[in-house]
Design a protein around this ligand. Structure first.
Ligand SMILES: [Zn+2]
Length: 266
């Protein structure tokens, strides 16, 4: 298979999971759900929302599904990897800032991006998106940027190269995770990655989103290994497809100081 066909095939398999998840989703109209953390969680529309206190005010996280979240902070709206198969962007606030982790179709979705953009939206993308998004700023691994006073660090997101030399789903350098600093609160959205040395060396992360879906990203054991290394106070597994989240809870049950929260992020 030539390189182009292989990329197309990868995009298709990578994007195939949420279709299943969506088909299984019951089409109930806005039924209120019982909150698991009454002080911190509320439900807006069909998407769960958590609110976290920071030294500069509330950070609101809306769990849109799959690999995409929406953050609200100091009146600004941030969309990470907007993806139209899991959310109706016509009904969601437009973005002041968009972060794209890599160019696979379930992360770089031109339709969703077009819907969340408005005049003046800042769009930061990873190296693999270079030339694929108009008026975007490419951040290479390790680069930093500050938007609306929010420090954004691009962390490498990749599959660790196999000894047999097979091309990984996510080669090093192509994708970013992002660490965003909101006041005293550092939030890490990892992108599609394994438990890399760079991830395990992160410091002072309050909230982490780690992907959990073999063979593209991590098994629960790999997520647990990473979390035990860099010790986020709150861990949200995301982009987990059909992976059993109970396995991660079991692996982390004796880890004081790391609060694993399961939200609807298939
Ligand atoms: Zn991917």
């Amino acid at each position: 298979m030539n390189r182009f066909l292989r990329l197309v095939a990868l995009s298709v398999v990578c994007a195939s999971t949420p279709v299943l998840a969506q088909e299984q989703e019951p089409q109930k109209p806005q039924e209120p759900q019982k909150p698991q953390q009454p002080q911190e969680q509320k439900t807006e529309s069909k998407h769960e929302v958590d609110v976290h206190k920071t030294s500069s005010g509330d950070l609101e996280i809306t769990f849109l599904g799959h690999g995409t979240v929406m953050l609200k902070f100091e009146g600004k709206v941030i969309h990470v990897d907007p993806y139209s198969r899991v959310a109706d962007y016509a009904t969601l606030p437009k973005a002041d800032l968009v972060l794209i982790t890599h160019d696979h179709a379930d992360h770089l979705d031109a339709g969703a991006l077009g819907q969340v953009r408005k005049e003046g939206t800042t769009v930061l993308v990873a190296e693999s998106c270079k030339g694929k998004v108009e008026n975007a700023t490419v951040m290479k691994n390790g680069e930093t940027n500050t938007v609306f006073g929010i420090l954004i660090e691009a962390v490498p997101a990749y599959n660790i190269a196999k000894e047999n030399g097979a091309q990984p789903f996510h080669p090093k350098g192509a994708g970013n995770g992002y660490v965003l600093t909101f006041g005293d609160t550092r939030v890490y959205v990892a992108g599609d990655t394994e438990n890399t040395p760079e991830m395990k060396a992160l410091k002072n992360i309050k909230i982490a989103f780690l992907p959990m879906n073999l063979p593209y990203t991590m098994a629960p054991e790999m997520v647990a290994d990473a979390a035990k290394a860099f010790r986020p106070a709150i861990l949200y597994p995301y982009h987990y497809g059909n992976t059993d989240t109970a396995k991660l809870l079991e692996l982390m049950k004796d880890e004081p100081g790391i609060d694993v929260r399961i939200r609807k992020m298939q």
